[in-house]
Design a binder for this molecule. Structure first.
Ligand SMILES: Nc1ncnc2c1ncn2[C@@H]1O[C@H](COP(=O)(O)OP(=O)(O)OP(=O)(O)O)[C@@H](O)[C@H]1O
Length: 673
């Protein structure tokens, strides 16, 4: 089978060879004809219409990216081959003006050969020549010594190939010219390869940061060659760019098709395919190719960017939305809310939904949102579970840094001896146990984005000094390296410790404290918030949107309002989730709630009673203080248990205690019998 394929393709290429020869002859003839029309004669001197130095500089500026790509990324690969063959490489713009040349030709001085910056190698001025003819035909061409129209140019052989940009516009031409007596066999192929490689590099530098790139070829070992087709895909799988090879090989216009119309694969699968593993796919249901996925360079933790969609409102407008939360006009509210909701990931709570009427919280949300756009770090204080991380995520996705990464680091969760290497990165072989590749580190990963240092109070002293230097100098030096890397990060830190007291006791560096605490925010505990009822209802609704669940009665809301919530929002979310999962009924009842909810409640009632007793002369005990008619629990619980035929939940509900308390008294009763 393989033999057959090879034979077929060999036959194809022989036919191709014959027809290429023919068409080459035609092209040269057509060019000579044009030269005659331009009024040129074989004995004419070339007219290079040399550009003045200033104009050439402007032209070089305009073509900086093309020049840099050619010089830095492409020529080095060919250096060895080219340095042995005494040839000259020329990059010209789309009018044939020489932008730069490299190499050492054997043919005379610049004045004699004319391949110098600013000279124009158009057919009209210089007759048939590789640069000018490639530009007119839009195709690669080799012009032999005697094929040049002007005798004056018959000292060389030129091989030129046009370069197209990602929009398929011809932007320039690459040429290799050399002494006519040197062997030319490989030069033509090489210049074609070089121009393809410039084009591919232009595609990569334009798209590789944010897009998935597919490279495909019929042969798995050639996947990395410049002959491979390249397709650039957006998040949805739409082809937003492709190289010329891709269109030639697939023989169709690929612009804006979805990848599933070209290959038998969906974008979803591409996103999850390991980048090092080529896959075999069918193109248009017939042709088999090997395909390699090159994910975006900054793909880790990235999210879709919905800001391109109609209806997106920029952050400055969001500010109005947050600020006008008190009395927004209906139109304003509807429009802004819709825009925000569509622009941030589903698992991020919009800023405007973090507060539900507590003026203190509303103010700190407004302040922090504003400060996100300034070069001022934010320090958030708050009890565990108060919602510090949720707040930071929301701030990040509502800021101008939302396109870049939010890197959240829990300083308490990383072993002390690893914090330094995790944060600052390390060179390969920096220490035993280091990965052989080295690591970029979390700070550099947050470059242009947001770095969230949670539980910063847990950071070891040595790391504190190093972090201070990063914040002062805005550069990172990885462990074991002498290189410095500039970083641009928005720093948000959080702590549930009294950091100022830690400073006083010498456990936290004072200078670092002042560096990180540009804006100090105190996120109130849930029990202190005066929008608690609305917040509970909001969270309940949010959970119900994830999965249908029971409604919240006023009685249940009252019960939840009474709770001290030592675990704050995290505990509230947990209690609601467990309760809603337990309930088969339409309404959430107290016996659906987890035991620890009642334990906290019991403990609170107990301490309130004790407090009241203490305040009351201190003579009587809590037990004595119980109303006369109230039956003691050691009697009440066994009685209720009996009446309910051992139903623990019902007994707990009737007695107003937790199920654990019911078990405790039931056990005591059994032991005493
Ligand atoms: N505003 C909010 N709305 C809804 N749920 C919230 C909100 N804030 C917090 N939560 C819930 O509480 C959980 C804990 O929040 P978060 O991790 O932000 O707390 P934290 O203050 O960072 O806690 P810790 O100090 O322990 O790291 C979240 O996973 C979420 O379920």
């Amino acid at each position: 089978m393989q033999d057959e394929e090879q034979q077929e393709s060999a036959a194809d290429s022989m036919d191709e060879g014959a027809s290429l020869k023919q068409s080459h002859k035609d092209r040269i003839q057509a060019s000579w004809y044009r030269c005659e029309q331009f009024g040129l004669e074989h004995g004419s001197r070339p007219d290079f219409a040399t550009l003045p130095a200033g104009t050439l500089n402007d032209l070089v500026d305009q073509h900086r990216s093309l020049l840099e790509t050619t010089e830095n990324e492409v020529l080095p690969y060919y250096e060895n081959i080219l340095s042995n063959s005494a040839c000259m490489i020329v990059l010209a713009d789309r009018q044939g003006h020489v932008l730069n040349t490299w190499g050492q030709p054997r043919f005379g001085s610049a004045a004699e050969h004319g391949l110098v910056g600013g000279n124009q190698w158009s057919e009209m001025g210089a007759g048939t020549n590789a640069i000018g003819t490639a530009l007119i035909t839009g195709e690669a061409i080799q012009v032999g010594r005697d094929e040049h129209f002007l005798r004056a140019n018959r000292f060389m052989v030129g091989s030129a190939s046009p370069i197209y940009n990602t929009k398929n516009d011809l932007v320039g031409v690459l040429d290799i010219s050399s002494d006519a007596y040197l062997p030319q066999d490989h030069t033509f192929g090489m210049v074609k390869l070089m121009s393809l490689s410039v084009e591919n590099r232009l595609i990569f530098s334009a798209f590789q940061q944010e897009h998935f790139i597919l490279s495909f070829n019929t042969n798995v070992v050639s996947l990395d060659s410049h002959w491979s087709g390249i397709l650039v895909l957006d998040e949805n799988g739409t082809i937003v760019s492709a190289n010329r090879r891709a269109e030639v090989v697939l023989a169709r216009d690929l612009a804006l098709l979805n990848i599933n119309q070209v290959f038998d694969i969906e974008m979803r699968e591409i996103k999850h395919h390991p980048s090092s593993l080529p896959m075999k796919l069918l193109a248009m249901g017939r042709y088999q190719f090997y395909v390699k996925v090159i994910p975006p360079v900054q793909q880790i933790m990235r999210v879709p960017d919905f800001r391109q969609r109609a209806g997106y409102v920029a952050p400055s407008q969001l500010e109005d939305f947050v600020a006008s939360k008190k009395e927004p006009s209906r139109a304003q509210r509807d429009e802004s809310a819709k825009a925000i909701l569509s622009s941030i990931p589903d698992n991020v709570i919009p800023l405007a939904e973090l507060q539900h009427g507590d003026e203190r919280v509303a103010r700190l949300v407004r302040q922090a949102h504003k400060i996100m756009e300034k070069d001022i770090p934010i320090l958030i204080h708050g009890e565990t579970g108060a919602g510090k991380e949720i707040f930071v995520r929301s701030l990040h996705y509502h800021s101008s840094r939302s396109k870049e990464m939010l890197v959240a680091v829990n300083c308490a969760a990383i072993p002390a001896e690893l914090v330094e290497s995790e944060l600052f990165g390390y060179e390969k072989g920096a220490f035993t146990g280091a990965q052989s590749k080295g690591s970029i580190g979390l700070i550099r990963r947050a470059h242009r984005g947001t770095l969230f240092l949670d539980e910063i109070g847990e950071m070891p002293m040595a790391v504190q000094s190093r972090l201070l230097r990063v914040l002062q100098e805005r550069v990172v030096t990885p462990l074991g390296s002498t290189e410095v890397y500039p970083v641009d990060i928005k720093l948000i830190s959080a702590t549930n410790r009294a950091l100022k007291a830690e400073v006083k006791e010498g456990r936290f560096r004072q200078d670092l404290y002042y560096r990180i605490s540009g804006l100090n925010i105190e996120l109130p505990a849930l029990r202190e918030r005066n929008d608690k009822a609305a917040l509970i209802q909001y969270l309940h609704n949010r959970l119900r949107q994830e999965e249908p669940g029971p409604a919240l009665s006023q009685a249940m809301l009252n019960l939840l309002m009474k709770h001290p919530w030592p675990g704050n929002m995290r505990q509230l979310a947990h209690v609601l989730k467990v309760g809603m999962a337990m309930a088969d009924e339409e309404v959430l009842e107290d016996w659906h709630l987890p035991d620890d909810f009642f334990e906290d409640l019991d403990a609170m009632v107990q301490s309130t009673l004790e407090q009241a007793n203490l305040e009351k002369s201190g003579l009587s005990s809590a037990e004595d203080n119980k109303p006369e008619h109230e039956e003691p629990l050691d009697k009440l619980i066994p009685r209720l248990l009996q009446e309910s035929k051992g139903n623990i939940s019902q007994t707990a509900k009737a007695a107003g205690v937790s199920r654990n308390t019911v078990y405790k008294y039931a056990k005591l009763k059994l032991e005493s019998e």
